[in-house]
Design a protein around this ligand. Structure first.
Ligand SMILES: NC(=O)c1ccc[n+]([C@@H]2O[C@H](COP(=O)([O-])OP(=O)(O)OC[C@H]3O[C@@H](n4cnc5c(N)ncnc54)[C@H](O)[C@@H]3O)[C@@H](O)[C@H]2O)c1
Ligand SMILES: O=C(O)C1=N[C@H](C(=O)O)CCC1
Length: 272
């Protein structure tokens, strides 16, 4: 086992969030990574507090800061599940610090994605709308099934998440839609149909549909439906514990230590 001070140091951003707290717990139990910093939004109640105490346990010596530049300077990896604008800012700072930037944040616009690509010229970025092994396997399966079927089979992606989720379709649904489009040999942008409401007219052949359910504490559920004449194939993933996403992110932070600058995803990390 490596002495603790030699393990790659990780900074968690959005540390008081649902994913931030899950990441801190898993890093605390890890023998391969150590927590060296915790970042939150300016003005939030945890700033300046000991992180362990803020989480309701014993002090762990990591003070929560709203200064990402200072925190990233000590890090070999930044694990970031926050919000699109924050992640774009963190990407430039992580690249400056030459830290691997693991991005779980979803809901980016095209211009924001271009800025992440620019940052990846100088540092390793691993980004995925879903970091779990199960969803990444489902993505592969979706592509394979879409390859095998023609446009007589309508593809619909139905996702369900907790009431606090702010973006739709989910990052996972978009990953699955992208895989379905690739399997069919088309661009998702020309075939995406989300948010049906009112007198929509009949379904357009070849479209890939998206529907979003929001409620309660649902961790994340995704169905990819291939609806044909007289039969239906449904590929499904159900998440019951956010630890699946955090485990993937830790794996990506370690994997990224040996990579050249560039943009990667969980398929690269998992070798799928
Ligand atoms: N890729 C995946 O596997 C995966 C899994 C779960 C969630 N997510 C995504 O991760 C993101 C966060 O999800 P969550 O459920 O933890 O949300 P959350 O709202 O519980 O947590 C987000 C945290 O980020 C903080 N934050 C926002 N702006 C910040 C800034 N400028 N600086 C520092 N901190 C900032 C917020 O204060 C909050 O504490 C969402 O985009 C969600 O879709 C991705
Ligand atoms: O809770 C969330 O928010 C989740 N976001 C990701 C997405 O948008 O797909 C992954 C699942 C949980």
């Amino acid at each position: 086992m490596q002495p603790e001070q030699d393990l790659p140091g990780v900074v968690v951003t959005g540390v008081s969030g649902r994913m931030g707290q899950m990441l801190v717990k898993l890093i605390g139990a890890s023998e391969k990574l150590r927590l060296v910093g915790a970042v939150e939004r300016e003005g939030t109640p945890w700033i300046g507090r000991d992180l362990g105490e803020a989480m309701g346990g014993a002090a762990n010596g990591v003070r929560v800061t709203d200064d990402p530049l200072e925190a990233f300077a000590k890090a070999q990896a930044v694990i970031d599940f926050t919000a699109p604008a924050a992640t774009v800012e963190f990407a430039a700072l992580a690249a400056q610090a030459r830290a691997v930037h693991v991005i779980g944040t979803t809901g980016f616009e095209a211009g924001q994605l271009a800025k992440l690509t620019a940052a990846s010229r100088h540092a390793v970025i691993v980004r995925a709308g879903n970091m779990s092994l199960g969803v990444n396997l489902l993505t592969r399966l979706t592509r394979k099934v879409a390859e095998a079927l023609d446009a007589d089979w309508d593809i619909e992606i139905v996702e369900a998440h907790h009431r606090m989720k702010v973006d739709a379709p989910s990052g996972t649904a978009l990953m699955l839609g992208q895989a379905a489009a690739e399997g069919r040999g088309v661009a998702l942008e020309g075939h995406r149909d989300s948010g049906r409401d009112g007198l929509t007219g009949a379904r357009k052949r070849g479209d890939i549909g998206f529907a979003a359910i929001r409620g309660g504490d649902i961790v994340g559920e995704h169905d990819v439906i291939f609806a044909g004449e007289g039969e239906r194939i449904i590929l499904r993933h159900v998440a019951t514990d956010r630890a699946i996403f955090a485990r993937g992110a830790l794996r990506a932070a370690l994997w990224g230590q040996d990579q050249k600058p560039g943009e990667y995803d969980m398929m690269d990390v998992l070798g799928l």
